[in-house]
Each structure stands twice: as C-alpha cells, then as structure tokens.
Design a protein around this ligand. Structure first.
Ligand code: ACO
Length: 426
C-alpha cells in the first residue's frame, strides 16, 4: 500500500493512501488524532471523503457522472426510473423477471393508513410541500414502528419497497391537497412513472388520458436526479442513519436537507429568478452584475457546483429535454429564452469563467416542470422523489458496511475556562 507522509512540528506521520477504482486518491487520516494528537479542518467538507462507496462515480473536471458504472447519458436516454432505482439500490439493472416482481411488490405496498390523510389535512393549504413531505415521511414510522434488521435482506427489501411505494403517494397527495383535489390511490401495475403521473394529474371530473410526453419527461428528470454521491442531502441521510435511526427518519432528514436553496431548493429559486428577470423587462446584465457584487447576497441560482468545474452533464441533458418538451407540448415560453441568454452572457463573463460557474442540474429543470403544469413549490418535491433510490442505496451501503457513527471533530475557538458569577452579581 502506498503511503503519504505528513511532517509537522518535527514529527513525521505516515498515512495510508486509498486508491479508488477510477484512480481517485484519498489519504486516510482516520488514525491521525490517535497517532499525532491533531485533526484536519475542512469546513463544508470541500476536500473530505466521508466514506468509500460503490454507488456513483463523479468526475467534476470532465463532467462525468455514472451510476454503478453506467453513464448518465445512457441511462437518461434508454432506461426507466424503476430500472435505475433497482440499479442504484442493488448494483445491477433488473432482469425482466426482477422488474415485473418489483412492480408487483410495490403495488402490494401502495396503501397508506387512512389516518395519514388526517395528518395531511392539519397542514395549512399554504404550507410548503417540502415541509409537508418531510413530516409525513417521518410520520409513517408511527404507523409501522418496527425497525429494520439490516442483516436481513428480506426485511430491507420490504422497507425499501415500502418507501418506493408510499413516497410517490405522499408526493401526489401533497400536490393534490394544495389544489384542493380528492386524494387518489394509484395503480403501479400500469408502470411506476405512469402511475405517479396519473396520481398527480387525474381530475375527478374527467377521464384520465395519459400524455406520453409528460411521462417521458418526468421519467428523465427522476433519473437525472436519482443520485449524486455524497451531496448534502445524501450525506445527511448517511449521517442520520449512522446513529442507527430508522430508514424513514433518515430519509425524512434527507428531504429537509434537500429543501435548502443552495441544494435542491435551487430549482424553485431558479424559476422565480427567471420570472423576475422577465417581469423586470429582461435585463439579464443587471442580474449578472448583482450576482457579481460582493456587497449583495444574491447569487445566480442554478449556477455553480461544488464538484463540477467544467460542466454538469445533467444540465446538458435537461437543456435538450426542455427544448423537446416545450416543442412537443406546443409551448412557447419566454422564460426559456431568458435562461439561454443568461447562460450565454454568464459564459462570456470573466467572473463566472474564473470561478468555473456553469449551469447545474437545476437551471433548466424548472422550465420543464412549469411546462408540465407542476407549480414552482413542487419542483423540489419532484427532486426528492427522484433522489429517493439514491438515498436508499447509500443508507443500505452505510448500514451493511457497519460504518461508524458520523461525528466530526472541531477546533474550539471560544472562551477559555471562566469563573461562574451568580445572576445577582452580573
Ligand atoms: N452566483 C454568483 N457567484 C457564485 C455562485 C453563483 N451561483 N456560485 C458560486 N459563486 C462564487 C462565490 O461567491 C465564490 O466567489 P469568491 O471566490 O469570490 O468568494 C466562488 O464562486 C466559489 O463559491 P463557493 O460558494 O465557495 O462554492 P461552493 O462549492 O461552496 O458552492 C454552490 C456551490 C452552493 C452550488 C454555489 O455555487 C451556489 O450557491 N450556487 C447557486 C445555488 C444552486 O444553484 N444550487 C444548486 C446546486 S446543484 C444541487 O444541489 C442539486
């Protein structure tokens, strides 16, 4: 095994070097404190690997993304979301037989306790759907408090399929509740994404007619969002799960982490930003200048990525899909032109060039969701639905590998020991 050497205060410490299957190099510092007494400091974990993982490979310099070895381009163009879910969780694309069984088993589990509706009804109609989804996911534990034995593959399979069956129902219900529509149970035997689409869009006064453009677009978006290695929400799921908190509780915290504007919440923020540019008369350069102004907290939403420093391969696929969906649905949305011009202007601007800021996955996704009649505040919920198999895959990997509890260190910079002064003397 290769070794790295760290010299500090005249002391030389040898550290193991871990080489990944794509020749990524990590210096193993897990024994550093024991061997030397000091720790490493890396706020935001910009340069810290938290685990070894077999799920997703990402090369930020070259814009490469692969799930279990398959390129995102291949999967987005050829697979369906349920196949990809199986791939992420179990490491292999399902055979026809496995796929059929998966659908049947999901269908089996696609009911919710009727009392979940009562919980849903207690939320104000104006409540943000991400908050509702996170709370409802957590509440499911109360209806099935048994914990999953992670050494038992059957129990794990049951828990994973429960999530794959029940979360789409919650998503559809949250969507319908805001619109005041009756809550639907679907029929997954008709196809996983087909059923999600039907549960969301079926109107009580009309026969439901499936629109293939809508189903295909949702399928593609879900695949593109299905995993992205150790992002903020996935790391949250892993760290919560590492305390041996249950699967549903871990996923619920992942949903909360995804909600933030710097993570999944960016897709809602992007569309709101594009709408304000349009409403302000389309002055793109004013927004670019605002984003560059260090005295202004505004950022160009949908731009920049912690890992991609060249381009985000998902953004390329989504940009093309946005064109196709708008064309197929016969929609001419000026927001798409604003987005394209913003991308062109930013790509010529030295500020964005120097910082390697390119459109990310969220930049064009909102335009598609809007064309599909999905309201802004539901965008991040759709992202959560897509990320679900990724979260499950990482939870499974972390628990089966018996990873230690996630517990970072810190460098304390506060007060030294002080004498307590009672309240009447302060
Ligand atoms: N607009 C303007 N400036 C930006 C932007 C942006 N969108 N993103 C980064 N910068 C600037 C920062 O101000 C900083 O400039 P400085 O070096 O002069 O101080 C530099 O670029 C580096 O930015 P960091 O915040 O240090 O980069 P980090 O890797 O921590 O953040 C992040 C990545 C959070 C994605 C950031 O680019 C951002 O806030 N983007 C907008 C929100 C967004 O689109 N999030 C979705 C990400 S994809 C996802 O989660 C699914």
């Amino acid at each position: 095994m290769k070794k790295a050497k760290l010299t500090f205060d005249g002391k030389v410490i040898e550290l193991d070097v871990i080489v990944g299957s794509e020749n990524e190099i990590g210096i193993d510092i897990s024994r550093l404190k024991t061997d030397s007494g000091f720790i490493t400091l890396d706020p935001g974990f910009k340069n810290t690997g938290s685990c070894e993982s077999k799920v997703t490979f990402l090369d930020g310099e070259n814009g490469v993304l692969r799930y279990r070895g398959y390129s995102i381009e291949d999967l987005a163009n050829n697979a369906d979301f349920l196949e990809v879910s199986h791939l992420l969780i179990y490491g292999e694309l399902p055979t026809k037989k496995q796929y059929k069984k998966l659908l049947v088993d999901i269908q089996e589990r696609s009911v919710l306790d009727e009392d979940v509706k009562k919980i849903l009804e207690t939320f104000p109609r104006s409540a943000h759907p991400m908050g509702m989804l996170s709370s409802l996911t957590s509440s499911l534990v109360a209806f099935d408090p048994s914990s999953v034995d992670v050494t038992n593959e059957e129990e794990m399979y049951d828990a994973f399929l429960n999530l794959l069956a029940k979360i789409p129902i919650l998503v559809a219900w949250v969507f319908r509740r805001r619109r005041g529509l009756p809550l639907e149970y679907g029929d997954f035997s008709q196809g996983y994404v087909e059923n999600i689409t039907k549960m969301m869009f079926k109107m009580p006064n009309k026969k439901y007619v499936e629109n293939k453009v809508v189903v295909n677009a949702i399928n593609k978006l879900l695949i593109l969002h299905a995993d992205h290695e150790q992002n903020c929400s996935t790391s949250t799921v892993r760290i919560v799960g590492s305390s041996q908190a249950g699967l549903f509780a871990s996923i619920s915290s992942g949903i909360s982490a995804l909600w933030g504007r710097l993570h999944g919440g960016a897709n809602q923020a992007v569309l709101e930003m594009l709408e304000s540019i349009l409403n302000d008369g389309g002055d793109i350069s004013a927004y670019i200048n605002k984003a560059k102004d260090k005295n202004d907290t505004f950022r160009l939403m949908g731009f920049g990525h912690r890992v991609y420093k060249n381009f985000d391969p998902r953004a390329k696929i989504i940009k093309k899909a946005a064109h196709e969906v708008l064309h197929d649905l016969g929609i001419n949305d000026p927001i798409l032109d604003i987005a394209k011009n913003l991308e062109i202007e930013a790509s010529k601007d030295q500020y964005f060039i120097d910082r390697k800021l390119y459109p990310n996955v969220d930049f064009y996704s909102g335009i598609i969701y809007k064309a599909l009649n999905i309201p802004n505040e539901m965008f991040t919920v759709m992202f959560a639905l897509g990320r679900l198999p990724g979260w499950i895959a990482h939870w499974r990997e972390m628990r089966t590998k018996k990873e230690p509890i996630g517990r970072p260190r810190q460098i304390y910079t506060g007060e030294k020991l002080r004498e307590f002064i009672s309240i009447d003397k302060r």
